[in-house]
Design a protein around this ligand. Structure first.
Ligand SMILES: [Zn+2]
Length: 105
């Protein structure tokens, strides 16, 4: 699997890894790295400007590190399917990631 997925509809998803420096963050010394912790979804606003939003994948590590944060369930990694839909709080872009594609909501 690539770390970047072209979802179509001018949407590009990049996976983000969680792997802090344990020397600087000893409080997480017992929390394992997560290769695909979150993702940034670059897209265009309704006006055509570049924008980006983020999703954090539901995982034991994410729940421990960021309790209470909104998280997305990964129904499938390949092709990527997330639940629920993704709403950009900056520009209002709204859609679903299903079968590795962006589906406009
Ligand atoms: Zn946006």
């Amino acid at each position: 699997m690539s770390d970047v997925i072209d979802l179509g509809h001018d949407h590009r998803l990049q996976f983000l890894r969680w792997a802090p420096d344990r020397d600087l963050n000893p409080q997480v010394s017992d929390v394992p790295d997560v290769e695909r912790y979150a993702a940034v979804i670059e897209h265009l606003t309704p006006e055509g400007d570049r924008c980006a939003g983020g999703v954090t994948f539901d995982s034991p590590t994410a729940r421990k590190i960021e309790p209470g944060k909104a998280m997305w369930s990964v129904e499938s990694w390949a092709p990527l399917t997330l639940s629920p839909s993704v709403l950009c709080l900056r520009c209002g872009d709204h859609g679903f990631v299903r079968d590795g594609r962006w589906v406009v909501a």
